[in-house]
Design a protein around this ligand. Structure first.
Ligand SMILES: Cc1cc2nc3c(=O)[nH]c(=O)nc-3n(C[C@H](O)[C@H](O)[C@H](O)COP(=O)(O)OP(=O)(O)OC[C@H]3O[C@@H](n4cnc5c(N)ncnc54)[C@H](O)[C@@H]3O)c2cc1C
Ligand code: FES
Length: 286
């Protein structure tokens, strides 16, 4: 049976930097030894609104980068889009403010044992966990190509230091404000062929991941995706985050993306039945 990431801890972490970068905030937290246990793909659940707030549900944020070095004994970095009440509260905090965080949570990206040619695809803030992943893949001798897409240029998160950890970076925007006009999926078939891609890693909105899985399936590739199903508890209790997944025996099970994900095998998710319980699902009498 699945269980919460056994390295997860609840801690009050001090903010040591909070900078606006385009449409996002890049936040650095003094994390001490919590940083040692973070892997690319893991996320943290952040309490928002402060003491006495009516926002009782924690918000999930992918770990952009974790470092176990430096004067704080370790840092965790997040990329936050101020969208609703919780994320706006978080991005409004100052340096030295303290945030209540549970992490690291969830599964992480699998790394090939032999050097492989990998394509990393991110949508919007979905690029956040991919830069840390790119560094790990490069250390393993992999070729790493990256595609980042968003509706407009300001919503692309591609910091300079991140660009150095990839062999090529392709940008797509729906309004044509930066890079190629269109969606990430338009450029994938050519890049797969040109770079002899063997594995795709993706993170971003669910319709984007579903479209990537279609391309990956046709090309016969492995596709690991970090899903972004809405989460309420983040630790396997509430069942808010379930999605239908076919297990290795072919049985469809409603699977919790906070503990069996967010990183999943894209070929196992039943993409056309998200937010539904497909007929034949284990435990469902129809
Ligand atoms: C795995 C994962 C990784 C993510 N990573 C990032 C990231 O790196 N950067 C980023 O900016 N955002 C990320 N998000 C999105 C983030 O968790 C928030 O959803 C987003 O910031 C909006 O939250 P808000 O408080 O601003 O908006 P609000 O609209 O105030 O709240 C939305 C959140 O409230 C909760 N909620 C509200 N109503 C319900 C309900 N009826 N049932 C259950 N839950 C409810 C959910 O947790 C939901 O996410 C991620 C989400 C997931 C699941
Ligand atoms: S978010 Fe509560 S079970 Fe996954």
């Amino acid at each position: 049976m699945s269980s919460i990431n056994r390295r997860a801890q609840q801690r009050n972490l001090e903010i040591i930097s909070n900078k606006k970068v385009g449409a996002y905030h890049h936040m650095v937290l003094a994390a001490g030894d919590m940083a040692q246990h973070c892997s690319a793909g893991n996320f943290v659940a952040v309490s928002v609104g402060g003491t006495g707030s009516s926002m009782i549900l924690r918000r999930a944020f992918a770990i952009y980068r974790a470092s176990d070095r430096g004067q704080y004994g370790g840092t965790i970095e997040l990329v936050i889009a101020p969208q609703g009440q919780g994320s706006r509260w978080l991005t409004s905090l100052d340096i030295h403010d303290v945030v209540d965080i549970v992490g690291p949570l969830g599964t992480s990206f699998g790394i090939p044992t032999e050097p492989a040619s990998a394509l990393l695809v991110g949508g919007g803030y979905g690029s956040a966990p991919l830069f840390g992943l790119a560094e790990v893949l490069k250390e393993r001798g992999c070729r790493v190509d990256m595609v980042l897409g968003a509706s407009s240029a300001g919503k692309i998160y591609a910091p300079l230091e991140g660009k150095r950890s990839v062999n090529s970076l392709t940008i797509t925007t729906e309004d044509g404000g930066a890079g190629i006009k269109g969606r990430v999926t338009q450029v994938l078939p050519d890049l797969i062929e040109k770079h002899g891609i063997e594995i795709i890693y993706s993170c971003g909105p669910m319709p984007m991941i579903a479209a990537i899985e279609e391309i990956s399936f046709k090309a016969g590739l492995v596709h690991q995706c970090a899903v972004e199903e809405a989460m309420a508890c983040g630790i396997g209790i509430c069942m808010t985050c379930v999605l239908p997944v076919r297990d290795p025996d072919g049985v469809i099970k409603m699977t919790r993306s906070c503990i069996d994900g967010p990183v999943m095998d894209g070929s196992r998710v039943i993409w056309d039945s998200l937010r539904k319980v497909p007929l034949g699902t284990w435990g469902f009498d129809g």
